[in-house]
Design a protein around this ligand. Sequence first.
Ligand code: GLU
Length: 447
Amino acid sequence: MTVAVRFAPSPTGLLHVGNARVAIVNWLFAKHHGGYFILRIDDTDAERSRGEYVDAIREDLRWLGLEWDRRVHQSQRLERYAEAAERLRAAERLYPCYETPEELEAKRKRQLGRGLPPVYDRAALRLTAADRRKLEAEGRRPHWRFLLDHEDVRWEDAVRGTCHYHGSHLSDPVLIRGDGTPLYTLPSVVDDIELKISHVIRGEDHVTNTAAQIQLFRALGAEPPVFAHLPLLTDAGGQGLSKRLGSLSLRDLRAQGIEPLALDSLLAKLGTSDAIDVRTSLDQLVDEFDLGKLGRATPKFDPAELEHLNARLLHALPFDEAAPRLAALGIEGEDAPRFWEAVRGNLGRLAEAADWWRVCATPMRPVIEDAGFLAEAAALLPPEPWDEGTWAVWTGAVKAATGRKGKDLFHPLRLALTAREHGPELKLLLPLIGRRRASARLTGATA
Ligand code: GLU
């Protein structure tokens, strides 16, 4: 069997980490099995869909490194859905309904009031042709429901195991709106059939849709694909992410300086039996991927964990890979490789390197804690050339001359040389700062 999967966002907003997880799991599964990854834009809701969100989806997926083999837009496939609806009508599986949203809501309330499940009562099936003509003469346009078989629907979910729903416990889903446009349920199945989707991997908020969609596949003469429903992410406290999703959009995370591979690594492993750790290539994640490692437990998305992976990735990032991005920050020239080795271990974000570059390569006002001590230390600076060993030689001489040691010795030197309390090892920074600047800073001058 050829593996083909799809990621099917609705372009009604920005992608967030929850969507990204579904996208990554689909992509890794496809790549692991040498299959296809299709980007399906679910834009049948013309009112809420926006071109700018389609652009954002493409940009975000590319940022994550998830190229697609094919892209389809549901809005360009409307005749196919109309044709499928025709076939369902001919098979008497699609029936017109005339209730207004208010009437449906009133029915629901009555059912709930009587302790009954709020399942659509199929009243429209009892309308005669004359009833329908009368309703249409009043100006009502029908919406169309799929007539479910009242039988058990079962499937082996690749994540949830055996699932079953009885058709009678579900409302006949509305497939076509009053204005003639299709709702999500039908186009999704039509496309899954036509694009030969082998596995539908999506969030567990779609589990009940699956029961109806399995019947729809069969009504359209196709075998349903394998389904896999992923539990939805929660925040670190176990709450749904929906309220915080604004701050967890991929666009924001990108703007905050999160590395795509840090996010890929986290989302590929969350909720699996593998330990969460950073990977330096998507290929590695592809090799390790196995749908069978995904469990039913609710995975927690913890931004602190993402920060941690981001830092680990930067700490191991080779200069060659960082170079173009460093150049964009103005960090280039012969000192750049040594500079990167010196500072990467201290970074939480790549952009923070710019601050350390300023410390090493641009004039800066020192912080002077003890002018007399610092002047003495300045006088002991060895002549250049300097290397990583210079720091130990110099501070050894300062210690011998002043009797200071430990924090008393090092802290004033760090403040004078960098104007910062903490930072990369001074033995690495000192040669980058150079003798002229170091000497001037130690004596209180901006240099
Ligand atoms: N557009 C649907 C969603 O975003 C797709 C669901 C599916 O994968 O079938 O929830």
